[in-house]
Design a protein around this ligand. Sequence first.
Ligand code: C5P
Length: 287
Amino acid sequence: MEVTAPAKINLTLRVLGKRPDGYHELESMMQMLTLADLLRIEDDDALRFTCSDPALSGVENLVMRAAHLLCQRNQITRGAHIHLEKHIPVQAGLGGGSSDAATALAALNEFWELRLEPNELSALGAALGSDVPFFLNGPTAVVRGRGETVTPVVHHTIGYVVLAKPPAGLSTPQVYANLHAGHFSPSGTHGLQEETRAMLHALEHGDLDAIAHALVNDLESPALLLLPELFPIRERMIQLGCLGVLLCGSGSALFGLCPDESTAHHAALDLSNDCPWTWAGPWIRFV
Ligand code: C5P
């Protein structure tokens, strides 16, 4: 069995405040990309895990933690060999680890014929990481709470993006730790944040300029302070014709929304002079 684990970007990410449990209350419009890791699952006597990146092949990998969680809850007697081929860079804010975990949960549910319901998988996913429930409910969704409240969004807009990651990565807890109350977006008395509403409207109408205008990420200021080399990359993306540029999740990758495919590919080629990792391609949409 072979399954893809797509990356994501956050078209909006509003941090509404800090919660008593130490996490932050979020509202984010998340969008899956065609950039993806690959999981291969085969029968085996025991549970085994290998990875194309040896640095990620330990038992603490979220794929193994997902598999162990399923085994514990369902008294599994069968094994599996899971091989993960990494294409999504780590510490980039693209959700690679969370996507691998979500994909492993959904794929092993089928492979071991466990018949867990989507809400049961989401609950297991939330225990593994805040972004995991989204990856069980993509390709586009408004995510709230810590990340566990996922409302899918149906749209048909084709979007091409260019991604560029500088040599340094960013740790998510570190970026959140550098977020101060001044960065928070006050939650309205009712309904969604202004940018989320604008983004929903723009996606519904296929209006790329309006999508670019509504891009917002409250984690961008603390990330730029931690990694000032992001400033010139952002500038370059605009010069290369991107309609809008934003930090991916908690970084350190940036994405640029492009007017067409050739702008995205040309930008990726140019940015690869300064960035060790770049990518260009479309996001995933309902067809
Ligand atoms: O849930 P996950 O392990 O992916 O979160 C990683 C880190 O990101 C947390 O330890 C926390 O510092 C931060 N985080 C947060 N609020 C969220 C999601 C993540 O503060 N809603």
